[in-house]
Design a binder for this molecule. Structure first.
Ligand code: UT7
Length: 323
């Protein structure tokens, strides 16, 4: 059977780093509160000339370089984002043009923080369905543009950035020893809309709007939803937590990551944590975490890796792959 294997990966971050202490004069908060409640120590914030498209392009180029490929080798770009450069056209098409790619096709995928997990699962289906041979999957966000910078309960949590992988069709046996995407589970439930949303949009207010979150409510649902969808993914693949080499969760809050890993019985040393460095970068968080763990030599070819995310909608999901 056809498998979608990871041929390369990359990342891009805005130049400016904002430390927790930098918020202290802006809103009533402290480095101590932010670190204790979230694990976040710093985040990158985009300058005017840094956008979802420019960061996505840079991450895409880095992924292509690591794969030893050029844009000519790609036939589909899937961009996961909730902060597109424009309402339309899709920012993926902008990135396609920036890469000098005038063949193939590109589209955006909107599943907020679960966007990258949804995009990998979708790209895998395009590859296995024969519509694409090599897909550039990007998660890119500039959440700094939709934050209410006077709301301490949200503005300290998010950051900007982008990460990408190149998925490529390869022959597999259909077994768990294959490289590539092995199983995926996706969920959504709109009943939770009001707990995490942006209060604007083209068809309602005609404005971009600002992020609103009932953090405690999101927190309450997060661990159960994450662990359920991961257990469904394990069952699909016929594996247990002990078989995993690496757990690469969505980076929203260190306490959610720790509680999920504990409930699943995943050893602490197998968990990739980058929330301290990037904050919550929504659809970019999982590929950014991947890029750190690949660059420092933790994730190696052949390792069994579990990706997971949960966010606005709610949406949530998991992808199991062998790197
Ligand atoms: O990526 C999408 C998924 N999103 C998430 O997973 C986020 C999930 N939620 C969370 O991570 C946490 O709920 C937060 C980090 C947002 C908040 O942590 P918490 O432990 O749930 O705190 P809380 O909301 O219960 O607030 C505790 C207190 C409140 O004060 P009172 O009511 O106890 O007097 C808040 O007003 O902390 C206050 N607070 C702050 N204090 C200092 C809220 N934000 C801040 C702040 N600095 N930045």
């Amino acid at each position: 059977m056809i498998r979608s294997i990871v041929r390369g990966n990359g990342a891009a971050l805005p130049r400016r780093i904002m430390k927790n202490a930098d918020f202290e004069g802006m809103v009533e908060t402290s480095d101590e509160w932010i670190v204790q409640r979230t694990g976040i120590r710093q985040r990158h914030v985009a300058a005017d000339d840094e956008t979802t498209a420019s960061l996505g392009e840079a991450a895409g180029r880095a992924a292509l370089d690591s794969a030893g490929l050029t844009p000519a080798d790609i036939d589909l770009i899937v961009l996961a984002t909730s902060t597109p450069n424009n309402t339309f056209p899709a920012t993926a098409v902008d990135i396609q043009n920036r890469l000098g790619m005038h063949h193939g096709f590109a589209f955006d995928m909107q599943a907020v923080c679960s966007g990258f997990v949804y995009a990998v699962a979708t790209a895998d289906l395009y590859i296995r369905g024969g519509l694409a041979k090599r897909v550039l999957v990007i998660g890119s966000e500039t959440f700094s543009r939709i934050l209410d910078w006077s709301d301490r309960s949200t503005c300290v949590l998010f950051g900007d950035g982008a990460g990408a992988v190149v998925l490529e069709a390869a022959q597999g046996t259909g077994g768990i020893a294959d490289r590539g995407v092995l199983a995926a589970s996706l969920r959504s439930d709109g009943v939770h809309k009001e707990k995490l949303f942006v209060d604007g949009g083209p068809s309602t207010t005609g404005t971009v709007g600002h992020l609103k979150m009932e953090g405690r409510e999101v927190f309450k649902h997060a661990v159960g939803m994450i662990t359920d969808v991961i257990e469904a993914t394990f069952a699909q693949a016929g594996i247990t937590a002990q078989d995993l080499d690496w757990f690469v969760p969505h980076q929203a809050n260190k306490r959610i990551i720790d509680a999920s890993a504990k409930k699943l019985g995943i050893a602490e040393q197998k968990v990739v944590v980058t929330v301290d460095l990037h904050g919550n970068t929504s659809a970019a968080s999982v590929p950014l975490a991947l890029s750190v763990a690949v660059a420092d030599g933790r994730i190696k070819k052949g390792d069994l890796v579990l990706l997971e995310a949960m966010g606005g909608g709610f949406t949530w999901g998991a992808v199991l792959l062998r790197w």
